[in-house]
Design a protein around this ligand. Structure first.
Ligand SMILES: C=Cc1c2[nH]c(c1C)Cc1[nH]c(c(CCC(=O)O)c1C)Cc1[nH]c(c(C)c1CCC(=O)O)Cc1[nH]c(c(C)c1C=C)C2
Length: 634
């Protein structure tokens, strides 16, 4: 059998495509589609005046500094500039999406923007907030740091005795063993039933940090597909974990040589199907993705010199620059109507533009508004009403993001790290009055960063010729790559004294502000949506942070605080979400005769930035119609 590339018609030659939404999902999709199919003309519609969507890294200005002149005699900017991230800010290292993002940044010649947070850095310490405002460090690895593990097991968040009894009982407890593939359950009810309330409370904090959501509503099938499979087959979670641990323990009897061979085999095979496709259709001969993926295994987090927005800006610019100006991003161009003209076989946008195909990355509240403006033509068959009702069943949470900067002071004292998450049962008696979900220690993340593509690593990651002495033993060189990655200190462009600043982000609201939540402080809220005004939110954030970190924010004169309330920020993959999403996709295909498709955080799989980029690639590849087909040998 011989593999060859065949182009078959998904999108016909020279078609005109609309992408709705200029966030990370829309930009990734548009960028990849244009690269895969340069014959197409692609227009991105963005309602706001900037691209990036939820990724937003503005610079705040703190105070006037003494005037300085540059070499040409001109006055230099004389304000202390502070980068604030209002949305996502870091990427997890080990993920297919991150691999693609780093490859893109390498193509865009932005490697000087990419920082690694090494495993052994202070920013890799994560905490949970326990009653009495104690920060409990969560062990990163069960074996590597026994003291942290022991302290965690003995802490009130874990509740050792109860948790251990529950874990032992789990092996013997009767399992449901779902036979119907439609079965689903909330994460909370599943974990309570299987592992007990103590462990489920820890999971509540983790999902505060991802969905800002309530594990009492989020779906086990969507969020923990591995657990779902174990349940489906009626197996024990603890049993399967122990079996895997036994396999690991047995590995101490395997010789070093055998281990090395096994590791090499794993590394050779480590690219997923999606990344192999990316390599095949989008190959950048400069960067070795297999080596990069090995390196990323040892880097928990990636961060960006000028904020994550440099990624979306670069994607937008590289998209617009390609195809000699045929492609465009129309900012301040919201979509109000999407109709279909069956006679002309076209999608009509805003009664004005005609397209052959439209990809939306909007969330469902925005789509509902657009659908409600649909013409009588679409209204006639009643299907659109049904679609609107389905879309309204997807719930979203609103979050308040508070960025706080204090110069020349270390407010975190002994609690340095990535930040902390707050479990659901924190201060149950006071009902977590301020509805804080967690706090990120941005200054610690910033102070832990190391240039990822430094000279040593870049040489190993690119297919550049190896220096002569390394050529002598290539296998030794490979080994060196896996074990000997060094991150030299960054050259700082500010003096040591300025390193003592504190920058944190406090995140509040989420599911606690959902209309259905039993909010005791509802009289404080000045609108019917259960969301406080900005001024009340500011008071609440200051109060909570001061209390939890034991500082008096109001007493600190030199500070900068910015607050953003992001409505419908994160879709909630609640119980039954997978089936609901599938039904919506089917209805959209039916109504718009396969000429409209939905993507983005709400309708593709996954809400993380790497997920959005990976989905952008796989969906563009599928729509491009470029597929690999096996052909028999002649
Ligand atoms: C601003 C509020 C957000 C909260 N969750 C998200 C946002 C944007 C989305 C999100 N956060 C994480 C993931 C998983 C990452 C992945 O698997 O790709 C997602 C989808 C993990 C995460 N949580 C926090 C950080 C800094 C990260 C890394 C990714 C990122 O930079 O967003 C901190 C954090 N996020 C939220 C809270 C309450 C919180 C508290 C410490 C809600």
């Amino acid at each position: 059998m011989k593999a060859s590339l065949l182009l078959f018609k998904a999108l016909a030659k020279n078609e005109n495509i609309a992408v709705v939404g200029g966030g990370i999902s829309g930009l990734s999709y548009a960028y990849f589609l244009t690269k895969l199919r340069p014959d197409l003309t692609v227009t991105v519609f963005e309602e706001s005046n900037k691209t990036g969507g939820y990724i937003y890294s503005p610079i705040g200005y703190k105070k006037e500094l003494p005037l300085k002149h540059n070499l040409n005699g001109a006055v230099e900017e004389n304000f202390e500039k502070i980068l604030f991230e209002k949305g996502p800010r870091t990427l997890r290292g080990k993920s297919d999406g991150t691999l693609i993002i780093l490859d893109l940044l390498h193509r865009f010649k932005l490697t000087d923007q990419v920082y690694a947070i090494p495993k052994d850095s202070i920013a890799n310490k994560k905490y949970l907030l326990s009653n009495g405002n104690k920060l409990i460090e969560v062990p990163n690895s069960f074996l590597r740091n026994p003291i942290v593990l022991l302290k965690f097991l003995m802490s009130p968040v874990f509740q050792f005795r109860k948790a251990m009894v529950n874990l032992i009982c789990e092996v013997f407890r009767r399992k449901k063993g779902w036979s119907d593939s439609k079965m689903d359950e909330s994460v909370e009810s599943f974990l309570n039933r299987r592992l007990g309330k103590e462990l489920s409370n820890i999971a509540s904090a983790v999902y505060h940090g991802i969905f800002a959501g309530d594990i009492g509503k989020l779906s086990i099938k969507s969020l923990m597909p591995g657990m779902y499979q174990i349940e489906k087959h009626g197996n024990s979670l603890v049993g399967i974990t122990l079996l895997n641990t036994k396999r690991n323990l047995l590995s101490i009897f395997i010789s070093e040589q055998e281990k090395r061979v096994a590791k090499q085999k794993r590394n050779d095979n480590l690219l997923s199907k999606d990344i192999k496709k990316y390599e095949k259709f989008f190959f950048n001969k400069d960067l070795n993705l297999s080596k990069l993926s090995v390196l990323l295994k040892s880097i928990p987090m990636i961060s960006f010199k000028n904020g994550l927005q440099s990624l979306t800006t670069a994607l937008g610019e590289n998209f617009s620059l390609s195809n000699s100006g045929k492609n465009r991003i129309l900012t301040e161009n919201g979509i109000t109507q999407i109709d279909i003209s069956e006679e002309r076989n076209k999608i009509i946008v805003n009664n004005q533009y005609e397209f052959d195909y439209l990809k939306s990355t909007l969330n469902s509240p925005k789509l509902v508004k657009i659908l409600e403006n649909s013409t009588e033509n679409l209204e006639k068959n009643g299907k659109i009403r049904n679609l609107i009702e389905l879309m309204k069943r997807i719930n979203y949470v609103t979050v308040c993001v508070g960025n706080i900067y204090v110069p020349r002071q270390d407010l975190l004292k002994s609690n340095h790290g990535f930040g902390y998450l707050i479990p659901k049962n924190y201060e149950k008696q006071t009902n977590n009055k301020e509805k804080l979900l967690g706090v990120i220690f941005d200054s610690d993340i910033e102070k832990s960063r190391k240039l990822l593509f430094n000279e040593q690593i870049s040489r190993k990651l690119t297919n550049e010729e190896l220096p002569n002495k390394d050529k002598i033993d290539k296998s030794a060189n490979n080994k060196l790559f896996y074990t000997d990655v060094k991150f030299p200190e960054l050259e700082l462009d500010f003096n040591k004294e300025q390193l003592d600043y504190t920058k944190i982000t406090a995140i509040m609201g989420g599911h606690y502000w959902s209309p259905s939540s039993n909010n005791q402080d509802v009289d404080k809220y000045d609108n019917e949506e259960n969301v406080p005004s900005k001024s009340i939110a500011l008071k609440m954030i200051k109060l909570a942070v001061s209390k939890q970190l034991n500082i008096e924010l109001d007493d600190i004169k030199e500070k900068l605080i910015e607050l953003e309330i992001v409505k419908n920020a994160i879709p909630q993959y609640e119980v039954g979400f997978i089936e609901l999403r599938e039904e919506i996709h089917q209805k959209v295909c039916e109504i718009y005769k396969d000429k409209v498709k939905l993507g983005g955080m709400s309708f593709s799989n996954g809400i993380g930035v790497p997920d959005c980029v990976l989905n952008g690639f796989t969906e563009a590849l599928a729509d491009s119609g470029i597929e690999e087909k096996e052909e028999p040998d002649k």
